[in-house]
Design a protein around this ligand. Sequence first.
Ligand code: ACO
Length: 155
Amino acid sequence: MNIRVAKVEDIPGMQACNLQNLPENYAMKFWIIHAMTWPQISFVAEDHKGRIVGYVLAKIEEPEDETSPEIHGHVNSISVLRSYRRLGLAKKLMLLSQDAMTSIYRAHYCSLHVRKSNKAAIALYRDTLGFEVAKVEKGYYGDGEDAFSMRLSLR
Ligand code: ACO
C-alpha cells in the first residue's frame, strides 16, 4: 500500500471511492478546486496496481470573523474502501493531512463534520486522533441527521 499526496489525475479514483463509501458526493469541479487550491493537504492510498482505495480531501479556511478567527484546516471527506478498512489507512491519511496543514499553512486547528450515527468515524477522530466535539449542528445533513462539528488543536 502506498500513501502519497493527491494529484489532479487521482480525482476520478477519489470520486469513485467516495461514491462507494458515502452519501455525500461532490461535482468534479469541487474536487478540482481542492486539488488546485490546496495541493499539499489531500492524500490518497493506492494498492499495488495504483487503484485508489482511500483518500482524504481537505481545504484551508482563512480567518473570517470573530466566530472563526484563526486559519485552520478542514477535512471535507475521508473514506477507505470496505476491504481495506481497519488497516490504519484512515489514521495515516489524517495524520499526513494534519501535518501538512501545520507545516505549510501554520493552521491552528483541524475541523470536520461527521454524522452523529457514524460510530467508526467518530472513534477514529475522537479516540485515535484526539478530536473533540465543538458543537452539534442540528439537521446538518441532507436527510436531516445532526452533525458533530469536531476540532483538533494543531498547536
Ligand atoms: N468501529 C470502531 N472503531 C473504528 C472503526 C469501526 N468500524 N473503524 C475505525 N475505527 C477507529 C479505531 O479506533 C481504529 O483503531 P484500531 O483499528 O487500532 O482499533 C482507528 O479508528 C483507526 O482506524 P483505521 O484503520 O485507520 O480506519 P479505516 O482505514 O478503516 O477508515 C473510515 C475509517 C474512514 C471511517 C472508514 O470506516 C470509512 O471509509 N467509512 C465510510 C466513510 C466514512 O464514514 N467516512 C467519514 C465520514 S466524515 C468525513 O468525511 C469528514
